[in-house]
Design a protein. Sequence first.
Length: 130
Amino acid sequence: MQDILRTPVHKRDSRHLLVAGLQVWASCLDSEGNRPFGVRFEWMEHQYSCSPLSHITVDGGQRYLQYESFFMPNGTIDMRISAFESDPKRLQRLGRIWAAYRKTLDDDLMSASHANGAEHENGQSAPNQF
């Protein structure tokens, strides 16, 4: 599987996380008009890794796609999907990474809604709408 993702996307809301003691870099990917496209994860497989593994999910963490990035002559970067991730250990880790990433979004939303006084009539904070 060597597809080229021809949808122009840009990164938003980049975050650096530690999940189970391993480094993760996560970014939302938005398409034209700032519409959510997916989430990109670059993560270290183990403590002695030299370079991160690269995955995206476009379906809310149901499936993860491995990708490689290539600099193009026009200055853009092409993300080429190389395979669906099928390794059970990696899928389990990616699931934990997804959960930790979502928790940071929820924590940020809760902090922002409390700072702005945004609560429902019953006193509950508004849920994350990502």
